[in-house]
Design a protein around this ligand. Sequence first.
Ligand code: SF4
Ligand code: SF4
Ligand code: SF4
Length: 472
Amino acid sequence: MTELLQIQERKATHEDERRWHERATAAFSHQGTRLLQSRWWPGIIQVPTLLVFLVIFYAAFFGPADPRRNFATVLSWIVWWPLLAVTYFVFGRIWCAACPMITIGDFLQKHFSLRWKAPNFLKKRYLGAVVLLLAILYQAWVEEVTGASYSPMVTGLILLSFTAGAVMSDLLFERHVWCRYLCPLGAWIGVFSMSSIMEVRADKRVCESAKCKGIYCYSGRDGQRGCAWINTPRTMTSNRYCSICGDCFKACPHGSLSLRLRPPTKEVEFSRKENFEDAMSGVAAIGVVAFQGLVMLDFWHFVRSEWKDTALFGSSPLVYGTAIVGMVLASMGLFFLAALVHSRITGEPIRQNLSLFGFTFLPLVLMSHISHNLGMMTHQTHLILPAVAGLVGYQIEPDHLSTLLSPGAWHILHASIILVGTAMTLWLIARICRVKREGGCPRYASLPYVGLAVAYTIAFFLILHPDMLLRV
Ligand code: SF4
Ligand code: SF4
Ligand code: SF4
């Protein structure tokens, strides 16, 4: 009898928790949706970001040459880049709603654009995936080859080149062709935003019951444009190309769209469509993050200085190009090996396995990327105040100020963040394998992927060690 009471009590507690969670999620969704419907959105984040961006440009080209005292390098590499990584997880691609590069492009598009359609070759799935992959590799490569974080001028030139791409594209084409198909930064953000805890989605029941023929969320209505990102929000199932700009909310006359909270593993878990090309970009991200860590290690700089007279190590473009391609091929090779063993066990086609598991490592990579960049930030927060003071002509000595976290505290945080990513990746592998088990797949078939997740975790612990070289 006592046991029965205890079970009932536990059930009641679970029920209370579920109701509380539903209420909290509904409250968030309600407020988030109202914000995105508001005419102030996204202007409220675009204006301050644009102002800061203009100051960065000024500092990059007219500020001090010392990167540790320059507002452009300190803000871009010590503040913005690490915080940007955190936004992928929390807000998805929200940076793209605030992005000053496209804010400028948008303004010019309204008045001067030729409004051509996007070229058809970019819409081909295979080619689009290759272009985005090359854009991701280019971004990581160009940062290292030019030593962007050590040079205010190069930081400014890189930002200027991305802005030029966005502006040119908006002047020639309709909608955001640059952002959707070409932007190196956007390609990077898009992959990680698939592991975000927020999503914009339409309620298909509302669309159907309203018998909405206009698909205004895509085409626009009464002067309100539809999705500039070339999504059809009614059927959208991925965050990858959604900037949370809110245009579709304002264009939809039936209130079908909402901003929702979700588990960060949801998109990968439920998108069971075979999409080999896209899945490979998730695997390539592993290699790129490993590359970013590798080239900051003392070991890398030691090898480069020892072999600086050889043809490969003497040329920065060549050695960084070889390293990034090598890391990406290594991550793909290991993944292919795990998929091959899995296919041998299950008898399923290898391409299907590559597509199904390609994004399962995304949470681990994202968390490692966040951890690595937050480490850089906490090691150099003492540069922020002098850089801001430098803008108005004051000089503060950076070395006299302390860092944000003690080394011990940072090591614990660093390990915890990576382990959260590992746990999410293992969860995803387990969930996908559980569905397969219902079709007769043996339990141990997941072992190759589990082994790979453990190997990547160890590698990220070693490569993304917080005691590495400082970024600026
Ligand atoms: S895709 Fe690139 S240019 Fe477009 S909004 Fe995002 S960061 Fe800015
Ligand atoms: S405009 Fe609204 S109701 Fe119509 S298809 Fe789009 S989301 Fe659905
Ligand atoms: S679906 Fe398109 S219009 Fe709607 S929030 Fe996302 S990017 Fe903006």
